[in-house]
Design a protein around this ligand. Structure first.
Ligand code: CO8
Length: 261
């Protein structure tokens, strides 16, 4: 597979692309070249018919400790504005296939925001989420304030963003920031994420992408628009072979053989 400097890619199961952030000396701080590699790997996986779902993980110690502070510290407004500094982080939210974050250790600042841009977050009991930008004299810039507010509510978001306090995996689960905390153990959260990804990869890719699209619409549209959008996409799926196959297989009491068409 492609050689990268800051990430590792592998296919732990058929249909699953695993991307491991691999900048251990800096706790996976998200320098620009790391994010460029991540985007390249994500876009390749999105185009690859053999991939049904993607898992992003870091190390046991850190999912990612944020944007690279040393890279940022001397930048001027004119640099960051004109050069659209870190704007390409948003490319992740354009990926059509499901992306699962498997989080152990620190997920701070841009690292927390990276997890929030994924579709499902699974956490190890060691995971710590935080938006510590306030301690650096800035604020979240990768969507943290907006995504947290819609996920965990105003008071909790304000506490995180105004104090910079890290929250535990258990708090994150209780608050609905993550879907669940997996049992402790080295590598457990990645194993579980790969299991979920494998399950998703066994479905019709068209239905999966449509499902992701309509759930995401709930965060952008009002209820009436969202309901109409969901119904239209639902109707549209009757034009696919996978709908015919899925429903025929049920009626014939057999497993469906989806062709993603
Ligand atoms: N950037 C650069 N280097 C880092 C970062 C970082 N975010 N985090 C850790 N490192 C480096 C350290 O400098 C250190 O390097 P060295 O060995 O050369 O001194 C190495 O990683 C190990 O770190 P520590 O020695 O500090 O490890 P500890 O276990 O003592 O502490 C912490 C771990 C608590 C995670 C600590 O490293 C820390 O506080 N890191 C910074 C966390 C932070 O403030 N993150 C937010 C950054 S700002 C941001 O993310 C803005 C996002 C904007 C997105 C905009 C998109 C459009």
């Amino acid at each position: 597979s492609t050689q990268y400097e800051y990430i590792l890619t592998s296919a732990p199961e058929p249909g699953v692309q695993l991307i491991t952030l691999n900048r251990p000396k800096a706790l996976n701080a998200l320098c620009s070249p790391l994010f460029a590699e991540l985007n390249t790997a994500l876009e390749a996986a999105d185009k690859d018919d053999a991939v049904g779902a993607i898992v992003i993980t870091g190390s046991e110690k850190a999912f990612a400790a944020g944007a690279d502070i040393k890279e940022m510290k001397d930048k001027q407004f004119s640099d960051v504005y004109k050069n659209r500094f870190l704007e390409d982080w948003a490319n992740l939210s354009k990926i059509r296939k499901p992306v699962i974050a498997a989080v152990s250790g620190f997920a701070l600042g841009g690292g927390c925001e990276l997890a929030l841009m994924c579709d499902i977050i699974l956490a190890s009991p060691t995971a710590k989420f935080g938006q510590p930008e306030i301690n650096l004299g800035v604020i979240p810039g990768g969507g943290g304030s907006q995504r947290l507010a819609s996920l965990i509510g105003k008071s909790r978001t304000m506490e995180m963003v105004l104090t910079g306090r890290m929250i535990s995996a258990q708090e994150a689960e209780k608050w609905g920031l993550v879907s669940r905390v997996v049992p402790e153990g080295e590598g457990e959260v990645v194993k579980e994420a790969v299991k979920v990804a494998t399950e998703i990869a066994s479905k019709s890719q068209i239905a999966v992408q449509a499902a992701k699209e309509v759930v995401n619409a709930a965060y952008e549209l009002n209820l009436a628009e969202g309901l109409r959008f969901e119904r239209r996409i639902f109707h549209g799926l009757f034009a696919t072979d996978d709908q015919k196959e899925g429903m025929a297989a049920f009626a014939e009491k057999r497993k469906p053989n989806f062709t993603h068409s």
